[in-house]
Design a binder for this molecule. Structure first.
Ligand SMILES: NC(=O)c1ccc[n+]([C@@H]2O[C@H](COP(=O)([O-])OP(=O)(O)OC[C@H]3O[C@@H](n4cnc5c(N)ncnc54)[C@H](O)[C@@H]3O)[C@@H](O)[C@H]2O)c1
Length: 336
């Protein structure tokens, strides 16, 4: 069987997850890796058994082409995308890129246009779309007339990567982390009408409970209204230490509650019964394997969020950031 030849750009925390995805897929192999941090690219190459190592994405793209690889997995920090996907699209190489795809919306819009024009296979790391539990939620929603309230939460501590501590290098928690829930809302309830958001600081102490550079929001509250009569309140916080608050989406319908506990289980409650359904799959494998199969077969329908689709979620998250800064309601289309 022909294996797809993969290149990995960025060999940090997240790419390690994708390495498991490759190892679990007999039809894929990694042929080259790139990372400015020597020990990371060496460790990745040793683990994946490849001998072509590059100092960064430019060096990789200068030396590789569709002759030598079939697809790329890109997992770099949010500010490191400069020119990256633009070059990859021009070279016609299918790619999977981690969310947030960039912090530069203009750049993302141009890349989305170029991807659409070229018909290139792309995927974005919204792995929760591939969860069996989310499929069950979608199925239940399809049996109900639309409308209801949703409470979402992602509250925890500060991730260890250096770039997370500054809003200018991470985009803030909503754009970097809770964007998985923002995407979940879009996947479940469709396109938004408007957003209003607030944010606050003062709990986390830079230099004491975070790095001295910490300047991101400690918590935010975002209200998205959707065209199909759902309204969601999404809270995010990174001030919580030593405990694990319960996170996920709590969806209230006219005769049912869908309590999706983040990447763990789904509790469905009706007047007649309560069902607790555990997660049965590893989401990153499903995302990676959908992408690999799409590249192998050319079947783009296997991918649940490609670059142009993911741009809509990125726009939703950035609109919430704008509302946090201005105190204004942001409308996505015309006024309601
Ligand atoms: N889908 C998910 O659930 C999920 C989970 C964690 C992180 N992420 C996303 O993955 C991305 C990476 O996060 P991370 O935790 O791995 O960060 P990280 O800092 O651990 O790794 C990023 C790596 O990219 C390398 N890099 C930077 N510029 C590069 C370039 N020009 N060429 C090649 N390599 C370069 C860095 O040296 C670093 O090793 C972020 O966008 C993050 O939001 C997604």
């Amino acid at each position: 069987m022909k294996k797809i030849r993969l290149g990995m750009i960025g060999c940090g925390n997240r790419q390690i997850g994708h390495m498991y995805g490759v190892e679990e897929f007999p039809g894929a192999e990694v042929v080259c890796v790139a990372d400015p941090i020597e020990e990371r690219r060496k460790a990745a190459a040793a683990r994946m058994g490849c001998s072509r190592l590059y100092r960064d994405h430019n060096e990789l793209l200068d030396n590789e082409s569709l002759e030598t690889l079939d697809a790329l997995i890109i997992a770099v920090e949010p500010t490191a995308h400069i020119d990256l996907e633009t070059r990859v699209v021009k070279m016609g190489i299918p790619f999977l890129v981690e969310k947030p795809m960039t912090l530069n919306l203009d750049e993302a819009r141009q890349i989305a246009k170029d991807v659409e024009a070229s018909g290139l296979i792309t995927a974005v790391g919204f792995q929760d779309r591939y969860l069996d539990l989310i499929e069950i939620v979608r199925d239940e929603l399809s049996k109900h007339s639309p409308g209801g309230l949703v409470y979402g939460s992602w509250v925890g501590d500060i991730p260890s990567v250096w770039w997370w501590q500054k809003k200018s290098t991470s985009g803030g928690q909503l754009v970097e982390q809770s964007i998985h829930l923002v995407d979940g809302l879009r996947y479940l309830f469709g396109e938004p009408l408007s957003v209003y958001a607030t944010a606050s600081r003062g709990i986390v102490k830079p230099g004491e409970t975070a790095s001295a550079e910490y300047d991101t929001d400690d918590h935010s509250t975002v209200v998205y209204r959707f065209k199909n009569n759902f309204t969601a309140t999404l809270v995010s916080g990174c001030y919580s230490r030593d405990v694990r608050p319960r996170n996920g989406l709590y969806i209230t319908l006219d005769d049912m509650v869908l309590d999706y506990r983040l990447r763990s289980n789904l509790i469905i409650t009706t007047a007649k019964e309560t069902r607790d359904i555990p997660l049965r799959m590893e989401p990153i494998f499903s995302l990676d394997h959908a992408f690999f199969n799409a590249v192998l077969t050319g079947d783009k329908s296997l991918i649940r969020s490609d670059y142009p689709d993911a741009l809509k979620t990125l726009e939703m998250a950035f609109a919430a950031n704008r509302s946090m800064e201005s105190g204004q309601v942001i409308y996505f289309d015309e006024k309601e």
